[in-house]
Design a protein around this ligand. Structure first.
Ligand SMILES: Cc1cc2nc3c(=O)[nH]c(=O)nc-3n(C[C@H](O)[C@H](O)[C@H](O)COP(=O)(O)OP(=O)(O)OC[C@H]3O[C@@H](n4cnc5c(N)ncnc54)[C@H](O)[C@@H]3O)c2cc1C
Length: 321
């Protein structure tokens, strides 16, 4: 079945998000190099026009007074106004797996009575590949005929694109949706304090496998052996309140590519590895020989980190002989 691929684009402060550009590569891999892109916003005409120029794709701008801030309720209503008149059976609607994507995609899928396939990271013919059980297994999902809504993992496809021969067409659809049950109050930048992750040559990251917050001192001690080092964390560690979110690496955290990345007690869920797999050298310390982190590591150390790291530090600071 030939599906009509529609990308729901994202933008922030006048810039198209890299995830939106990655969706173009995803669409190309499905055999549709010039999908339609839908942008939602308020008076973002030049951004939409520029996107059509640089991608060669048809861009539909859904323009509405209240669409300047994201709200699942409003965005869903506005999208349905544009999508409903189409032949819904052929629609393949792709979001990036961002906080907007994983909020809105299931709601839209429900409204369209479509399956929602989340965190897609690869394509096999007309099926979609996603990781399950913390990255230990992959599931291959083939949607039935009819509409399908997907979220695609950031980092799984390339944001690079050769400039098109001709510009795509841009059209504007004005909508008058207004908030009813949820009224967005505005956005506030989080209090950002630099974690030093982007300038670091060496990142030592802690996962839940460190056992308790107090054991972070061991991870810090290991990091302090290297000049230009910084501390990273898995989301589990941040969710537990052991480290601040500014240290989180992965899909919903930072993407890093240091010279050396040492993962301590991190299982290697795709949401984590998507943020660090491009490090030049990856060393993983994990007591489980089947941990998924080992599939992206150059060196795999199957040990209890609490006993291994002190030995490693001793050897590093006082090498034998
Ligand atoms: C929408 C969404 C977005 C997400 N975004 C992110 C993200 O940006 N970043 C991120 O990291 N996660 C993210 N996650 C969470 C992710 O799926 C995993 O749950 C998380 O990465 C797991 O963290 P962990 O590896 O520290 O913990 P666990 O999965 O619990 O793994 C702990 C590991 O430590 C090992 N271990 C235990 N004890 C020891 C020991 N003594 N010595 C050595 N090894 C030991 C275990 O074998 C295990 O492999 C996201 C999830 C969702 C749904």
């Amino acid at each position: 079945m030939n599906r009509n691929i529609i990308i729901i684009g994202e933008h922030h402060e006048g810039t198209i998000s890299p995830g939106t550009l990655e969706l173009l590569d995803f669409s190309r891999a499905l055999g549709s190099p010039f999908p339609e892109i839908i942008l939602l916003g308020s008076d973002i005409f030049s951004l939409a026009e520029n996107l059509a120029e640089r991608t060669g794709c048809a861009v539909t701008l859904i323009n509405g007074e209240h669409l300047n801030l994201y709200s699942a309720e409003l965005y869903q209503k506005a999208l349905l106004e544009v999508l409903r008149p189409r032949d819904e059976r052929t629609l393949c609607i792709a979001f990036s797996h961002t906080s907007l994507g994983f909020d809105l995609a299931p709601a839209l899928a429900h409204a369209l009575q479509a399956p929602c396939i989340s965190s897609v990271e690869d394509i096999e013919e007309s099926s979609f590949v996603r990781s399950i059980f913390g990255g230990k297994l992959q599931s291959v999902v083939t949607p039935q005929n009819g509409p399908v809504v997907l979220t695609v993992l950031p980092g799984a496809f390339s944001p690079d694109r050769t400039p098109p021969e001709k510009s795509g067409h841009m059209r504007i659809v004005d909508v008058s949706v207004a908030p009813v049950s949820m009224i967005p109050q505005g956005e506030r930048a989080s209090e950002y304090r630099d974690s030093g992750l982007h300038d670091a040559d060496v990142i030592v990251s802690a996962g839940r496998g460190i056992g308790k917050k107090e054991n972070l001192s061991l991870i810090s001690a290991l990091a302090s052996l290297f000049p230009r080092s910084a501390l990273g964390a898995s989301r589990a560690v941040c969710d537990l309140g052991w480290m601040e979110y500014r240290h989180q690496i992965g899909t919903t955290g930072q993407t890093v590519s240091p010279k050396l990345y040492i993962a301590c007690g991190i299982s290697g869920a795709i949401q984590h590895t998507s943020g660090m797999k491009n490090a030049q050298t990856i060393i993983a310390i994990n007591s489980d020989p089947n941990a998924a982190i080992f599939s992206v590591s150059h060196y795999a150390i199957v040990e209890d980190l609490l006993s291994f790291i002190p030995v490693l530090m001793e050897e590093y600071t006082h090498p034998p002989g």
